[in-house]
Design a protein around this ligand. Structure first.
Ligand SMILES: [Zn+2]
Length: 113
């Protein structure tokens, strides 16, 4: 379950940012997760609660913002929406597409005190 290590790296980022942004406690984390990032959201939420226990983000809320997947289709010459990695282009059915968005996870915003 790689969601656990994702949560550990989120916590690491929160701890690194605390002295820089001058906060002692994290109350809410808004996390952007791309549809193509390969992250199981339920597993992530579950892992997050375990990982932040006793840390500066203890009992912090995790808000997920889902970003749709997007890929560049060569034959169409434009960006098209995709639901999964290795999907074909929804317009022309081509497999000559390259993921151009929605394949990452990042912290968008924090509520701290
Ligand atoms: Zn296409």
């Amino acid at each position: 379950m790689h969601e656990m290590s994702l949560c550990e790296s989120i916590l690491q980022t929160l701890e690194q940012q605390a002295p820089l942004q001058n906060y002692a406690k994290v109350k809410t984390v808004w996390l952007e997760i791309g549809a193509l990032a390969g992250v199981e959201i339920e597993a992530l939420k579950f892992s997050f609660d375990l990982v932040v226990k006793g840390s500066l983000a203890d009992a912090a809320k995790l808000e997920i913002i889902e970003i749709p997947g997007e890929a560049w289709c060569m034959p169409c010459g434009r960006n098209v929406p995709v639901r999964q990695l290795y999907d074909e282009c929804p317009l022309c059915g081509s497999h000559q597409i390259q993921v151009s968005g929605g394949d990452q996870m990042r912290i968008k915003e924090l509520e701290v005190e």
